[in-house]
Write a new protein. Structure first.
Length: 209
């Protein structure tokens, strides 16, 4: 499976992206995604929907001490976060807490990572974009502050050509306590209608620990 767009979270807590086909990642550790040589995206067909007990308090995103409640079927990663990955997808653990799931048809990939939080995430991603924009046909859709479950977050969305294919990339980054989390996806634009529901379900299940 190839890695189409690599993202590497710099040691300052931001993420740097490589669109030349080399591997990369999005958190303070190394992570690879859709590019020329590792495991790559697969189509969004077998997604796991997650439900949380309505009587339980929502997961804590702002770093409070309350233990988070986990959705049914959640998988813990490195003791830093839990999520419900798509069923039937191939799992590849890169390093530390970075985990990739690739769809059976390799048209979509979903990645999660957690690293020590350092500095302003938006500023770091803006700096990372300088390198990403050198990739083939890079086109920024948005790179801005947003919120995730009521907490400050950053969203980065763009398209890029790698290995002769156009990829749509969506990244969501946020901080919880002293940890920086990222949930990202890469997919072929022609499967967006099925890819986004899978990504949204994974984001909904994502729980910092």
């Amino acid at each position: 499976m190839g890695t189409v767009v690599g993202l590497v979270m710099t040691q300052t807590g931001g993420s740097s992206h490589d669109t030349t086909g080399a591997s990369t990642s999005t958190s303070t550790s190394t992570s690879t995604s859709p590019s020329a040589s590792s495991t790559s995206p697969n189509s969004a067909q077998t997604s796991s929907t997650s439900t949380t007990d309505p009587s339980s308090p929502p997961p804590t995103v702002d770093g409070t001490s309350r233990p988070p409640s986990l959705p049914a079927g959640a998988r813990k990663e490195a003791g830093l976060y839990a999520w419900v990955p798509p069923q039937g997808w191939q799992r590849v653990a890169q390093s530390g807490s970075e985990v990739h799931y690739t769809s059976p048809d390799r048209a979509q990939e979903i990645v999660a990572n957690a690293t020590p939080a350092r500095g302003d995430l938006l500023a770091q991603w803006q700096q990372a974009e300088v390198g990403t924009s050198k990739g083939l046909n890079y086109h920024r859709i948005r790179l801005e502050r947003t919120t995730f479950r009521g907490a400050s977050a950053v969203v980065w969305e763009y398209t890029v050509t790698a290995r002769g294919r156009l990829w749509h990339v969506r990244l969501l980054g946020f901080r919880s306590g002293g940890t920086s989390y990222e949930i990202s996806t890469w997919y072929h634009p022609d499967i967006e209608a099925t890819a986004l529901p899978v990504y949204d379900a994974v984001k909904k299940s994502f729980t910092p620990l």
